[in-house]
Design a protein around this ligand. Sequence first.
Ligand code: ADP
Length: 376
Amino acid sequence: MFEGLRFVPVTWPWKKDADERTLGPAVRVPSSGSVELVARIGAALPDPCLVLDAHGVVVSANRQALDLFEFDPTHKHFSAAIRSPAIVEAVSHILRGGEPMRADYEQRVPIHRSFEAYIAAIPGEAGEPAALILLRDLTREQQIERMRADFVANASHELRTPLASLLGFVETLQGAAKHDENARGRFLDLMRVQAERMRRLIDDLLSLSRIEMNVHKRPSDTVDLVQVARHVRDILSGLAQENGMEIRIAIDAPMPVLGDWDELVQVVQNLVENAIKYASRGRQVDISGRIDAQYGELTIRDYGPGIAEEHIPRLTERFYRVSVQESRARGGTGLGLAIVKHILNRHRGRLVVRSELGVGSSFSIRVPLAPSRNVS
Ligand code: ADP
């Protein structure tokens, strides 16, 4: 019954130690017709896969490969699809009986994408060699890696600035201003401002990492967004008054959503604080709400200078600020809206920003309604 079949150990090729270890169970691969079998396996793979004959001509390409190359390379030499000297070299090495190889491959058009190619020999027809090319898309991984590196660089820079100024004051107090009572008082005030800035930054960084760690755990409490808005108004009414502003809430009915009380308070607090920081000339912040079939939506509206359109899509990036100077002068860290976005992601909600220069801005948060709609 198993005549003509032979057992070939299958290893997961993306593991760096794949050559040494057998990770999967043995799969029966017929010595004849094996190219077709590999092609059928290739069709089930999530990554682009090409099967080549002994001359490097494509005998099969899976759906992911067709999507990637935007044409069907079957019956053509594989170099029509993959223009890479390293891969041409690797394929000829494999077809000469060489060991499996990996090579980097960059696709430049229509968009830049980076791949790792895995090239291995498979048994071909009539004892001829044949080859398999698997491409793993590394674009997203590399983007994440770059973002992580940028984030560390930005965070260090943001911390270093107040730290440098603190050290400068310490040096002056130990040196030139050692016996100057007046200077000491003034410098200590300035040092407190810088130290508080560092503390805010560290608090925000810790908040972000805590939220990121929990992003896959969806909140399960029922929270009334109206209570959240009232609570935030109580917390911030003093700050609003200091800035000559008033926080007004115009919602009657409860708005029960599926959420985490503390995190939703943080979202609304960040948005109302921003309205107070950047839009105090508008004299008031209006909080309104509505419910549709699936979501509770709370809108924080200000009548300040507004935000130019080109900045809006980037506002939730970490450390993105329309004006770094203005943000720093008002005690901003550039992380408030990134925190808002991450919390809303965890809630499977979203943020909608609308703004018009000279008219004002509105930030709407949409959070899925609680199934029972009973507020605890
Ligand atoms: P920050 O700590 O700088 O306030 P945020 O992430 O909270 O950081 O906000 C990012 C930037 O978005 C701010 O620096 C500011 O330029 C802009 N911004 C946020 N809210 C408003 C608003 N209500 N009006 C005008 N600009 C705003």
